[in-house]
Ligand binder design. Structure first.
Ligand code: MD3
Ligand code: FE
Length: 199
């Protein structure tokens, strides 16, 4: 059953260990076609998270700012979103519209993601769906104003979060990863998938 977290729907343990392992296999193929990279922020610093994408668009950032791109930095199109990833979206969001982008974030070591809003998408009425795999993470979510109160939640492997309604524009981030809390990834670390309708 979904718990309500500031309007977000939280499905702890939605994916069983076999389903999690199947997604990791799918992601190995995605990363082989579209290698992970560390984007530069508009302020010139490197992000500590490594990322890539699948789908019609991939999320990208450099000194020109944050945006969606139709091509990986290699110049090739992004790989297709794996069918088993789309199944999670169809089950929880519905089949009417499929996501254009599956952003793959890999957290290793001291990687983190500062508080931000996701607002690069054309139609913010579509939800964002997030899948956590691997080591546990300290996730923080606040309101729609920077500097307001926040609450923290430990995201675990197999958890799914749907950000819709008021929570869609909530400030959120990842404060830290807890190494050694999951055996899913042989070298440790955490993968987060975010599915989005872009345009
Ligand atoms: C709340 N990723 O890629 S997932 C991101 O774990 C991002 O990699 C984090 O924030 C991660 O943009 C958090 C949970 C999440 C995803 C999208 C959201 C929370 C959100 C969009 C709006 C509000
Ligand atoms: Fe985000």
């Amino acid at each position: 059953a979904a718990l309500d977290l500031r309007g977000a729907a939280y499905f702890p343990g939605f994916l069983d260990p076999a389903a999690q392992a199947a997604l990791v296999e799918d992601l190995r193929r995605v990363v082989a076609e579209a290698p992970l990279f560390s984007p530069t922020t508009r302020f010139g610093g490197k992000m500590t998270v490594r990322m890539t994408s699948a789908g019609r668009y991939g999320w990208y950032s450099d000194r020109r700012g944050y945006r969606y791109e139709a091509l990986h930095p290699s110049g090739r199109p992004w790989p297709a979103i794996p069918e088993r990833v789309l199944s999670v979206w169809k089950e929880l969001v519905g089949p009417a519209r499929l996501p254009d982008c599956c952003l793959v974030n890999l957290y290793e070591g001291n990687a983190r993601m500062g508080l931000h809003q996701d607002r690069d998408e054309a139609d913010l009425s579509w939800p964002v769906l997030s899948i956590s795999l691997g080591d546990e993470a300290l996730f923080r979510i606040g309101g729609t104003e920077r500097g307001g109160p926040t609450e923290s939640l430990r995201l675990r492997s197999g958890d799914v979060l749907i950000l819709a309604g008021a929570s869609r524009l909530a400030y959120h981030g990842i404060d830290r990863i807890y190494p050694g809390t999951s055996g899913l990834l042989p070298r440790g670390g955490r993968i987060n998938l975010t599915l989005r309708v872009v345009d």
